[in-house]
Design a protein around this ligand. Structure first.
Ligand code: HEC
Length: 202
């Protein structure tokens, strides 16, 4: 009996010792349930947890191919109505807290034309109308439940600039969520043309 007891306690000591030693290495998180859910087996561009045996430097990320032009130095030019050229205005890397700057400085790089405004209208109908309403009066279907949608033609909003509208679409404001992921910068500027039509309230 005593021998059995001794054996049991010896076994417990060994087990306890094993459990304790497995926690000693601060760099190891211990056992993982379904580890491939934490660390992808595929090479992911934005994360890396083990050396990549195929790419240079063991990295998942690759250097851009030779001749690649960085977006910030890619020239985008739009000929304005008066023949002047506005360039590099597609690069609006403004921060969320720069509304005032954007309102005063950003200029719509896409000249107005009926065609562009019509494209803006379609984009508006797809992305904004359910809240803002077909005439921008803040009476879309969703606004019945999601309160606080304003009228573009109200005193407060009828004179906000295109840069202001662009910034609000990009970063959101108050209860309005950012729409940068839904519409590209070019589409946003087209929407701006149409919102400016709705600001007239006619
Ligand atoms: C889910 C509903 C919803 C959608 C979709 C939506 N908005 Fe809004 N929008 C709001 C609300 C609510 C406000 C009021 C924000 C505040 O002041 O809290 C607002 C405010 C605004 C303003 C005024 C900002 C200011 O300075 O007061 C503009 C301009 C605007 N939205 C444009 C757009 C455009 C353009 C789209 C489509 C790309 C869009 N919104 C999509 C709900 C929405």
């Amino acid at each position: 009996m005593d021998i059995l007891k001794n054996k049991v306690s010896l076994l417990s000591i060994v087990l306890l010792g094993l459990m304790a030693s497995s926690c000693n290495d601060p760099n190891k998180t211990g056992w993982e349930f379904a580890p491939n859910m934490y660390n992808s087996r595929a090479y992911e561009a934005q994360t890396q947890w083990r050396s990549n045996s195929i790419n240079p430097h063991g990295m998942n990320m690759r250097l851009p191919v030779e001749g690649t032009v960085a977006r910030v130095t890619h020239p985008t030019e739009f000929v304005q109505d008066d023949g002047s050229v506005v360039s590099d205005l597609m690069i609006y890397d403004t921060s969320a807290d720069s509304l005032e700057w954007a309102a005063n400085n950003l200029v719509n790089p896409i000249p107005w034309s009926e065609e562009v405004e019509d494209e803006g209208k379609v984009l508006y109908q797809r992305n904004c109308m359910h809240c803002h309403g077909s005439k921008g009066a803040g009476d879309g279907k969703v606004a019945e439940i999601y309160k606080g949608v304003p009228n573009y033609a109200s005193d407060a909003l009828s004179s906000i600039s295109g840069g202001h509208i662009f910034h609000v679409i990009t970063h959101g404001k108050g209860r309005m969520w950012p729409h940068a992921a839904q519409v590209t910068p070019e589409e946003r500027w087209k929407i701006v043309h149409y919102v400016q039509r709705l600001q007239l309230g006619i």
